[in-house]
Each structure stands twice: as structure tokens, then as C-alpha cells.
Design a binder for this molecule. Structure first.
Ligand code: ATP
Ligand code: MG
Length: 722
């Protein structure tokens, strides 16, 4: 048309351009990591706005996280020169759902000021219902039922829709009635849960076609990022909003990557991608094959790894971002997780000396308990860090609870700690008792624990509460006596056992309970490097005090799951050991499918890196409270020798000297260290009698031999997906 092409289009490759400019009709962009899918979505929105095809309020755009939504808004504002009047319908499925419900909630019986219940509220409510039904809530735990409701809602199933078999699975077939009762109760309370944020709009749109039509008229363009991780309910919601009368185009653009589907455990259906062409007739499917993010080594490693999965759609990926200075993906070995954190800390400091920003570095862990070691180490080093997508280790609920016990043992006047744990786990010492204790203590100006000891001598409390309080006080007296002459880690374990705190989580049926137990074990482990309980408590208060300023240059620490869509110059991937990654739980629960999802998670991890990717594994990790020698992750075996090398060990092992470890520990690490340096590996191979060497020799020894020591393979540009 002779006009000058806007700048934002000039930088795109032909396939990206097509995806941006095909504004009419359904479009599916199916492409690997870092190929510019998100960039296509952003540019597409800018293009729609710039060409005046729609106002910003006529675009519905769904991102996976609120953070991603914010970033997308900023990018769009840049592309269109800041002239965007907000983007009211750009957000996550949940945030858009809230908005719809605030407007139309009355159609499902909600007033516009309805509250959204969190998981705890939901469980409490269900428990009441279970008890009201005369059911035993020990036999039929509320948490379990909350999980079932969540699963049903992810599948878009209301109480009337759930299959007979599922309904029977709970409370001898009364699951369905309970589900009905639960929804009724929510309405009475003018409340909804997270699942309802999708379920209610779906119900409303189905029941009120005229209203749905209004939205069809409003949303001229619909866009969805991370499409591979949508669940059935989200998919139903989307299809309703995307419906158009025959002959009118469905302007829906979804982008995704089947290899990055990592939320199957939460009900995501990767099949949604496969069905797209069927459900949106006339869809144009666009593939992007050029990766703009990562070096050839990083991309090659990731592609080779993911090729071990079956049932992939299969994609080609290549990069032009190769430079003679590019480094291969580095695999490092450490003795244990403390050494791992130390070595990664050194690597980071070295990069920092080379003028790299901490903002460009990330540590991506498989399980959140792994973060603790890094947080501790970075505080010691004075390295700024931020934890993304969750609380910092010592801020977690279970850690705060456990710490409150320790604090109160070490410092009997810590009233905050006292109030936190006096009824955790539940001992029948509720608000009334606490208030009585509070008043008693204030009136006499004594700590609450002392007040408790006094008050049980009076008749101020009911006999039951008095007995419970008596037991607690006895326990604390005992622990206080042990404080001076029992090893503090032993005491800590004893406190958590005897107080019933560990049991509380063991009996908990919620999805988070196992990771909370893992965190508690990690907490005990973290005490080992301190002389005393007091020393440890002091350290933690320092960690808690560490700044987390948004504008600070800081290393990011997060789980692999929350790293989706992000990119960093340097990525550290610690803990690549069997049992941790792939995680034992997902292997146990989902077998082969679980393994493949873990592998996709590994693929997501590696492909976050632009220039440097460091993978770590340790030979000893404390699992279930016991030190175990661990096997390197099978995923290491699956990395290609051409793009991966085993890092030199000297630097890492130098750390032992400086850390003041005993010689014995170093000795134990020795054969292991040798097996990972060229001459040592040969020696290790020649001498397989040593148990440790045999371990490496049989499983990963084989891999190690391949990794880095084979002839370098063909240096092709194209990396085949399958
Ligand atoms: P993921 O699958 O990880 O979500 P993605 O496909 O969404 O990745 P983007 O995050 O959009 O990829 O892009 C990856 C990187 O490549 C970004 O830094 C982006 O700015 C850059 N990029 C994308 N397309 C181009 C292009 N045509 N020219 C230059 N850089 C590009
Ligand atoms: Mg993306």
C-alpha cells in the first residue's frame, strides 16, 4: 500500500509477520521456546491498535501470570508510543473472571462485593459441611474433598455434571451432595472459590445468550499466551467467548508449545492444542522455527533432551545466535547441597566481577525447599537475591511455625512466638484462652508463657483448656532444660515431633503438605552448620532482614514452574539428581507421563538461558532426614556431548579449604571429583572396585564419558525436534 511499515513490524521474520498480520480468522502459533511467540502476541495487539481495528477495550488477552500481564502492557505501550488507554481485558484467566463476575455475579446469586476464598477458607468451610452431614471428618478429610472439587472445576464440572463413579469416591457416594451443599453455602456467604472464577462466567454465558452476544460484540480480538497449559474449564470459557455467527470470522490467536506443557498435574490439557484446528475451522497454523533467545549450545542441549519424549508434535528449531565465544552448557558436580550453593555463589561473584548484572541471572529449582541453601549462602556473601512466585524460605508458614517453637524455647518471653504456636497444632486452646492469657500477662507485666504457668493454678480456665495448657508448659520446660546440653538439631527434631507439629502435616491431605514436610526437614538440616540454637536463630533474623527491593540488582531464585516465559542471560539449574529431578513423586504418581512432564520442565529450564546455562548435581543429599548418596539425573545422560561439557572441578573443590571442612570430607569427595576430570575419569574407569566409582561407572559414568569427551559432532545449524 506504499505506506511506510511501522518499526515494530520491521524487525519480525516472515512467519512472525504472518502471525501478526493475519488478523482475520483463527490463528495457532505452535512453536518452540524463544521463537518469539509472546513477542508476536504483543506486536499483534500493537498492530491492531495502531491500525485502528479496535480500541484497547475490545481486545481480550490472556497471560499465564499477573507479572506477564504487566510486562505485556508495558511492551505494548512502548510499541504504540504510549497511547494505550489501559488494556482492561488483558490479564490472567482468574483476573478476567473476577472482572466478569463483579459485573454479572448477580446472575449466579452473587453480589458485586463477593469475597474470593483462599484454600484455607475453603477447607474450613468443607469441614463444617462434612461434620454437619454427620460424617467423620477424619475418615473423610476436608482437604481431600477440596482437592476433588478443584479437579472437577478444572474440568469444568459442576455438581450436576460429575460422573457417578467420581461421586462415589468420597463419603460413600455422598460426594455429589456435598458438592451441591458446598456451592449453596458459598452463595449464602456471598463468596466463591478460585475455580468459580471460571465456572460462574461459563454458567452465566450459557444461560444468558444475549449477554454472551454482547461480549462477542465487544471482544473483536482474542489472544492467549502459553496455550499448552490451559485446562478444560479455561478452554470451554474461551470457546464460548470466541463463538461467532456463521460467516463471521473468529479472531482468536493462541500461541503455545506442547514441549512446555508443565501443568498437567493441575489439570492442564495439552490436547487443547491438538484440537485447535478441529474446533476452530479454517484455522491457520503458523510455525516459528528460529530461536532468538539462546546460543546454539543451549538450544542444542535442550532439543536433544526433549527428543527423548514420545508423542510430541515435533518441531524444528534453529538459532543464528552463535558466536565463537559461546560456551557449552556446563555440568558441575558438588559434594552436597551446601557445596553446590557455595560453588554457584562463587560462579555468580565471578560473573559479577566481569560486569554482569545480577538481574540477568537466575537459579531455577525443582522443589522449593532447595531455595533455602541459596538464600543462606547469599546472605552470608551479601549477594542480593529475590525469590519470585512464592515466599522466601524462612517466610513460609511451616518454617515460621517451627521457628516460633524454637524461639520460645530459647527465649521464654517471646510472646509473638507463643501466640503463634499455642494452638498450632490444635489443642483446644482457642481465642478465649489466648485472650485470657493475654489479659493475665498484661495485668502483671509478665510474658505469656509465665502467665500460662500461673493461670493453670487458678480456676480462670475451663478444665479442658487447663489440662491442655499444662501439657504444653511441661513440654516447654523439658525442652528448655535440654537446650544447653542436647545437640540443637536433635532438640529441634524432638520439639517438632513431641509438639505434634510434624504429625499435623503428616496427617494433612492437602497438595502442599509433602513439600511443607520437605521444608521442615530442610530447616533442621540448615541448623547443622551452626554451633547452637541461638546462633541459628540470630542468623535467621538476619536473613529475614535482608532487603528485597524491586529496584535492586539481584539474582532471581524461583521454581522451574514459575520461570515459564522468562529469560535470563545466565541460568543455574541445581539439583539434577534422580528422585529430585525427575521428582520421585511425579514418577510414582504418573509413571511415564510424569517422567515426560518432568523432562518438559527440564526443557523449560534450559531454554530460559540466553548465553550461559549451568547444571549442577550433588553426590549427597539429605532425603527424608537421612544422608543418601544420590545418582545424577537421567536427564544428564540425555544431553548431547556436542553441546555440553563437564566443568573443571578445581574451583569448586577449592571451596572446601576455605570453608574449613575437615580433610576427611574432602577425601570422600576425591574419587568422585576424579571421575569428573579427564585423567581422573580414565583412572576411575580402570578401577571400578570402589563403590562410589562403580556407581558413577554404571549409571552416569557412561554419560560422563559421552559428555564432553566424545569427538565433537557435526556442527549443523538445524536441530531436529524429533
Ligand atoms: P517461550 O516459549 O519461552 O515463552 P517465546 O516463544 O514466547 O518463548 P519470546 O519471549 O517472545 O519467545 O522471545 C524470545 C526472545 O527473542 C525475546 O528476547 C524476544 O525479544 C526475542 N525476539 C523474538 N522475535 C525476535 C525478532 N524477530 N528479532 C529479534 N529478537 C526477537
Ligand atoms: Mg512466551
Amino acid at each position: 500500500d506504499g505506506g511506510k511499515r511501522p518499526d515494530y513490524l520491521a524487525g519480525l521474520n516472515p512467519e512472525q509477520t504472518e502471525a501478526v498480520e493475519t488478523l482475520e480468522g483463527p490463528v495457532l502459533v505452535l512453536a518452540g521456546a524463544g521463537t518469539g511467540k509472546t513477542r508476536v502476541l504483543t506486536t499483534r495487539i500493537a498492530h491492531i491498535l495502531n491500525t485502528g481495528r479496535a480500541f484497547s477495550s475490545q481486545i481480550l488477552a490472556v497471560t499465564f501470570t499477573n507479572k506477564a500481564a504487566r510486562e505485556m502492557k508495558e511492551r505494548i505501550a512502548l510499541l504504540v508510543g504510549g497511547a494505550v488507554e489501559g488494556m482492561p481485558w488483558l490479564g490472567t484467566f482468574h483476573s478476567i473472571g473476577v472482572k466478569l463476575l463483579r459485573r454479572h455475579g448477580e446472575l449466579v446469586g452473587l453480589r458485586s462485593n463477593f469475597t474470593i476464598l483462599d484454600t484455607d477458607d475453603v477447607v474450613r468451610l468443607i469441614k463444617q459441611l462434612i461434620q454437619a452431614e454427620g460424617l467423620d471428618d477424619k475418615r473423610w478429610p476436608a482437604k481431600q474433598f477440596a482437592g476433588m472439587i478443584d479437579t472437577w472445576k478444572n474440568k469444568g464440572l459442576g455438581p450436576a455434571d460429575i460422573p457417578e463413579g467420581d461421586a462415589r469416591a468420597f463419603a460413600n457416594g455422598r460426594g455429589r451432595d456435598l458438592y451441591f451443599a458446598y456451592q449453596a453455602r458459598l452463595t449464602t456467604l456471598n463468596a466463591c472459590d478460585f475455580g468459580d472464577l471460571l465456572m460462574h462466567p461459563i454458567a452465566i454465558f450459557r444461560k444468558y445468550p444475549d449477554l454472551l452476544k454482547e461480549y462477542h460484540g465487544r471482544f473483536r480480538y482474542i489472544l492467549v499466551d502459553e496455550y499448552q497449559d490451559t485446562n478444560t474449564a479455561q478452554y470451554m470459557w474461551l470457546r464460548l467467548l470466541a463463538q461467532r455467527p456463521k460467516g463471521e470470522p473468529q479472531n482468536v490467536c493462541c500461541v503455545g508449545d506442547d514441549d512446555q506443557s508443565i501443568y498437567g498435574w493441575r489439570g492442564a490439557e495439552v490436547d487443547n492444542i491438538l484440537r485447535f484446528e478441529k474446533d476452530f475451522p479454517g484455522a491457520k497454523v503458523i510455525k516459528l522455527e528460529r530461536n532468538y533467545r539462546s546460543t546454539e549450545h543451549i538450544l542444542g542441549a535442550a532439543a536433544h533432551l526433549i527428543a527423548h519424549n514420545e508423542g510430541r508434535l515435533g518441531k524444528t528449531l534453529f538459532t543464528d545466535r552463535s558466536d565463537p565465544d559461546d560456551v557449552k552448557v556446563q555440568v558441575h558436580a558438588s559434594w552436597d547441597s551446601e557445596e553446590e550453593a557455595r560453588a554457584i555463589g562463587e560462579e555468580i561473584e565471578q560473573l559479577q566481577r566481569g560486569k554482569h548484572l545480577l538481574n540477568d541471572m537466575a537459579i531455577l529449582v525443582r522443589a522449593s525447599f532447595q531455595m533455602r541453601e541459596f538464600e543462606d549462602r547469599f546472605v552470608t556473601l551479601g549477594l542480593n537475591y529475590r525469590v519470585i512466585g512464592g515466599p522466601r524460605f524462612y517466610e513460609r508458614l511451616e518454617i515460621r511455625d517451627a521457628m516460633a517453637y524454637f524461639r520460645l524455647v530459647a527465649q521464654a518471653s517471646d510472646d509473638l512466638a507463643f501466640e503463634r504456636i499455642i494452638n498450632t497444632p490444635k489443642r483446644g486452646l482457642g481465642d478465649t484462652t489466648v485472650r485470657a492469657l493475654h489479659d493475665y500477662a498484661r495485668a502483671r507485666d509478665i510474658p505469656m508463657l509465665a502467665a500460662a504457668a500461673d493461670i493453670i493454678e487458678t480456676d480462670e480456665l475451663k478444665p479442658k483448656a487447663r489440662k491442655a495448657l499444662f501439657d504444653v508448659i511441661q513440654s516447654f520446660r523439658r525442652w528448655q532444660e535440654l537446650l544447653e546440653n542436647t545437640p540443637h538439631t536433635e532438640l529441634a527434631e524432638q520439639i517438632l515431633e513431641e509438639s505434634g507439629y510434624t504429625d499435623m502435616w503428616k496427617n494433612d491431605k492437602s497438595a502442599e503438605a509433602p513439600s511443607r514436610l520437605e521444608n521442615l526437614k530442610e530447616l533442621i538440616r540448615s541448623m547443622e552448620s551452626f554451633e547452637s540454637m541461638r546462633g541459628f536463630l540470630e542468623h535467621v533474623s538476619l536473613v529475614m532482614d535482608a532487603e528485597t527491593n524491586e529496584n535492586l540488582d539481584a539474582v532471581s531464585i524461583m521454581t522451574l514452574h514459575s520461570a515459564k516465559g522468562l529469560e535470563f542471560d545466565t541460568v543455574f539449574l541445581p539439583g539434577w539428581e534422580e528422585g529430585l529431578f525427575p521428582h520421585q513423586r511425579s514418577l510414582d504418581e504418573s509413571g511415564r507421563a510424569g517422567l515426560e512432564e518432568e523432562r518438559r520442565l527440564a526443557y523449560v529450564g534450559i531454554t530460559r538461558a540466553k548465553h550461559r546455562c549451568h547444571i549442577w548435581f550433588v553426590s549427597n543429599r539429605r532425603i527424608h532426614g537421612l544422608w543418601q548418596s544420590t545418582l545424577p539425573s537421567r536427564f544428564l545422560d540425555e544431553l548431547p556431548e556436542t553441546h555440553v561439557e563437564v566443568a573443571e572441578m578445581e574451583q569448586s573443590y577449592g571451596g572446601y579449604g576455605r570453608g574449613g571442612y575437615g580433610q576427611s570430607r574432602f577425601d570422600k569427595a576425591e574419587p568422585f571429583a576424579n571421575s569428573y576430570s579427564t585423567p581422573g575419569w580414565k583412572r576411575a574407569q580402570a578401577n571400578k572396585t570402589d563403590a562410589t566409582r562403580d556407581n558413577w561407572g554404571t549409571r552416569s559414568g557412561h554419560a560422563v564419558e559421552r559428555i564432553g569427551y566424545g569427538e565433537s559432532g557435526p556442527k549443523g545449524r538445524t536441530i531436529e525436534g524429533e
